[in-house]
Design a protein around this ligand. Structure first.
Ligand SMILES: Cc1cc2nc3c(=O)[nH]c(=O)nc-3n(C[C@H](O)[C@H](O)[C@H](O)COP(=O)(O)OP(=O)(O)OC[C@H]3O[C@@H](n4cnc5c(N)ncnc54)[C@H](O)[C@@H]3O)c2cc1C
Length: 381
């Protein structure tokens, strides 16, 4: 058997992985059915995740984080994917990095420790009903009035929207400037915030345990000091910069899902019999699994390389786009093939492969659709 271990793996990360695996199996997996039914985890689950070190593992300790690197975040993402659990801690990580990279010292000290403890849940609100891929077309406005911004508009498909106590909102601070130059990121603290409203959790086809909501801002007053960055108009470049982190995290989740789907399907093919032999004895099954395994290995090596580049501060946006685009396409191809090898059982919700199939589809859509990423890669050539 060929063996490959990620070059970034070390003893400390192995121990972290083991602790997380036990926690997820013991605490999160048994609650999945409840979360799926109510379309979200409970606030107490967030706090427990914080106490266990699942949140903000790559944020410096001085701000309450785990003091690790992106490798720690990757371990969290992999372990959740391996357990088939979707939990909004990826978005929590993304929001924390906006604050870490563009926030003032005061903002970091105020928000990050509470986020690390799961007492404060973060959401990032870019997408609007009429502007998703084309972020320059957002209409949410932030009008300056004295020491406040007055936010008006609506956002949709917002992960963690229900629980979010901190929403990082993309808004137009200067409607007179066309396109991306007029956009800024403003942080709204939602507790008792007048004019702020969360819609019901949206009915998705998969990932039911994650809450995804519409958010409404009706003349919401936010202190002007909650602007992220030193000046207005930096929002679009901040989003483009931070999307590297998000796209890499999605790629890590994609490869972990591919590996899980393969392990499950190889075991199934060795056991399930048809025409007096196991599926594995059919050349077609072996060839299909051989192709998937090869793609998985290519994907793993690529993700590992991106991860190391990221930790070294060298991952460029185009390579991050390539990773998200290729890995998520690969995920959908491989998982679909694995469903096929399961036959009718692959279409039954109680089989993990069926759940993986519905959950995988959205990976090609969010954090920049794969078509937008192909555009980005294409323009770089
Ligand atoms: C489960 C889920 C969670 C999400 N979480 C968040 C979140 O937390 N925060 C947030 O802000 N957003 C979130 N989103 C929104 C997501 O990022 C958007 O759905 C995505 O960016 C696509 O935007 P859209 O849905 O408006 O599609 P559109 O932009 O309308 O695209 C429709 C189709 O047209 C294609 N297309 C558009 N423009 C081009 C072009 N120039 N060239 C070629 N093809 C093009 C797209 O690729 C796509 O196939 C989430 C979405 C989902 C489904």
């Amino acid at each position: 058997m060929p063996t490959y271990e990620s070059p970034w793996m070390n003893e400390e990360l192995r121990m972290y992985r083991k602790a997380l695996r036990e926690f997820i199996q013991e605490e999160f997996v048994p609650r999945l059915a409840k979360w799926r039914e109510q379309h979200r985890p409970d606030a107490s689950d967030w706090k427990q995740a914080g106490q266990t070190g699942l949140l903000l593992p790559d944020v410096p300790e001085e701000y309450g984080g785990g003091g690790g690197t992106f490798a720690h975040q990757a371990v969290v993402t992999e372990e959740l994917a391996q357990a088939g659990v979707n939990f909004g801690c990826g978005v929590q990580g993304i929001v924390s990095h906006y604050i870490l990279n563009y926030g003032s010292e005061e903002q970091k000290k105020k928000w990050l420790p509470a986020m690390a403890q799961g007492e404060l849940v973060g959401a990032i609100a870019m997408t609007e009903p009429s502007a998703g891929s084309d972020l320059q077309a957002i209409q949410t406005a932030a009008r300056r009035d004295g020491n406040d911004y007055v936010l008006s508009g609506s956002k949709t498909f917002i992960t963690n929207g229900w629980h979010a106590g901190l929403v990082c909102v993309a808004a137009k601070t200067n409607p007179k400037v066309a396109g991306f130059r007029g956009i800024s990121m403003i942080v709204a603290e939602t507790k008792d915030l007048k004019g702020y409203r969360v819609g019901n959790s949206l009915e998705k086809v998969g990932m039911h345990e994650i809450d995804t909501c519409e958010l409404f801002f009706d003349d919401v007053r936010v202190p002007a000091a909650n602007l992220l960055g030193k000046a207005e108009g930096a929002g679009f470049s901040q989003m483009m910069e931070q999307l590297r982190y998000e796209r890499l995290m999605i790629s890590v989740g994609a490869i972990a899902t591919i590996e899980r789907a393969l392990a499950i399907t190889i075991a199934y093919a060795k056991e399930r019999k048809a025409f007096g032999q196991t599926l594995m004895e059919f050349q077609n099954a072996r060839f299909k699994l051989a192709q998937c395994k090869t793609e998985a290995q290519i994907g793993r090596v690529f993700v590992d390389n991106c991860l190391q580049q990221f930790i070294a501060g060298k991952l460029d946006p185009v390579t991050a786009a390539m990773a998200k685009y290729w890995l998520t396409e690969c995920q959908c191809r491989v998982v679909d093939e694995c469903v096929q090898l399961h036959g009718g059982y692959g279409y039954m919700s109680e089989y993990p492969i069926a759940q993986m199939w519905v959950d995988s589809r959205v990976q090609r859509i969010y954090a920049g659709t794969n078509e937008i990423l192909e555009e980005l890669i294409g323009w770089s050539l």
